[in-house]
Design a protein around this ligand. Structure first.
Ligand SMILES: Cc1ncc(COP(=O)(O)O)c(C=O)c1O
Length: 385
């Protein structure tokens, strides 16, 4: 073997082939890989779109979940009015893909980010949230400098205690601050309560979601009495969306995970009305059975987000359990003396939390039947600024 030399051209080291190609058998996908069951995914999109339309509420799905313009296109093709992003930089690949209506459903952490949005707003409809006068001033300066218009939503706190002003008086002060600026267009309110999305009991979640929506409704009514109309009241996530639609307060909902359904969301007890299917999996191969007590798979912390707990082995009801993750290894055990999966076999895992799991992968491998149909880049992966 020749000694390593800086004289060897990098072209000598050919990269491995892609993990998957359209038209390939699903079984030939290299692991670890993020898999999307396109039939289940499309049924989830159709259900959510139909439920929003039946309630007369606009659907603006959250792209923070998947970070993938191809997924957003499938949602827009079904009638979604636009998308949400959570960070300014996250919006860029969607804009570049031609998606022209984006709400950054968050406050910006610096005036520099307002300048990016204002530049992009010369060519697309872009809105952003505020809960402080300094943010309004930064947005206004950026819009003036770019010669563009930014939509602005005042975020109100409806019980989560994260971002958002506390009451209608504080909201009104911000709206009055927005009004004189030619480059800012007050659109309405954002009212999102993340804390209730994973309350397990359906009745408890419904009661809290309706109480949160009522709180938003009281702010809307108080603003109306002060002569301010909120054309948009936006919020809601996969855990609360059926109740947000029922509330009559929201004009727009912004769920994200519904399209994929991770293990944590599946642990919620759901109402009959709006159920979603698991569409997202991580394919992982057994790389060692030497220990005899467990199988070792090739998906660990770098392929699966564990902030919401361990993944489940698919299909449910089987004897295999994902027990522990190391950086690049996962330990899988078998309950009740069931056989361990053999070396080289491939398991499908349902990730604990879809959003940060997407953020670990370059591509989504979409399949139908036994065949890979598409390979979609996770284009906003890592864009956290
Ligand atoms: C502002 C905002 N809107 C909507 C969502 C909904 O996301 P999901 O449906 O994935 O829970 C989130 C999730 O964190 C959020 O922060």
């Amino acid at each position: 073997m020749p000694a390593p030399s800086s004289a060897v051209s990098s072209a000598a080291f050919a990269p491995p082939p892609p993990a998957a190609r359209p038209g390939q058998p699903l079984a030939a996908v290299d692991t670890p890989a993020l898999l999307l069951d396109l039939d289940a995914f499309e049924r989830n999109l159709d259900r959510m779109q139909a439920a929003a339309e039946a309630s007369g509420v606009r659907l603006r799905p959250h792209a923070k979940a998947h970070k993938c313009p191809d997924v957003a296109r499938a949602q827009l093709a079904r009638g979604a009015v636009g998308i949400c992003c959570q960070k300014a930089s996250e919006a860029l690949p969607f804009l570049q893909a031609g998606i022209g209506d984006i709400l950054v459903s968050n406050q910006l952490a610096s005036p520099a980010k307002a300048a990016w949005l204002a530049q992009w707003a010369r060519h697309a409809r872009i809105a952003v949230c505020v809960d402080d006068a300094a943010q309004v001033d930064a947005l206004s300066a950026a819009a003036d400098a770019a010669g563009s218009t930014l939509g602005v939503l005042v975020e109100i706190d409806i019980g989560q205690g994260r971002c958002g002003v506390a009451d209608a008086d504080a909201a009104l002060r911000l709206i009055e601050r927005i009004a004189p600026h030619a480059g800012l267009d007050f659109l309405g309110l954002q009212a999102y309560h993340g804390g209730l999305q994973h309350l397990r009991g359906c009745a408890q979640r419904r009661a809290q979601a309706l109480a949160a929506a009522e709180r938003a409704g009281r702010v809307v009514a108080a603003l109306e009495r002060a002569g301010v109309r909120c054309a948009t009241v936006t919020g809601g996530g996969t855990g609360s969306v059926e109740f947000d639609l029922e509330s009559g307060v929201y004009t727009e909902v912004q769920p994200g995970s519904y399209a994929f359904m991770d293990r944590d969301y599946a642990d919620n007890e759901r109402g009959e009305a709006l159920r979603f299917e698991h569409a997202l999996f991580v394919a992982t191969a057994v790389m060692s059975t030497a220990a005899g007590t467990h199988a070792v798979v090739d998906a660990g912390l770098k392929s699966l987000a564990l902030d919401s707990g361990l993944p489940a082995v698919w299909p449910p009801g089987g004897a295999l359990r994902y027990l522990q993750a190391n950086d690049e290894h996962g330990l899988v055990g078998a309950e009740g003396g069931a056989p361990l999966p053999p070396l080289g076999s491939v398991l499908r895992l349902v990730p604990g939390h879809c959003d940060p799991t997407f953020n670990l992968h370059d591509e989504i491998v979409g399949w139908r039947g036994d065949t890979v149909e598409c390979v979609w880049p996770v284009a906003a992966r890592g864009l956290a600024r």
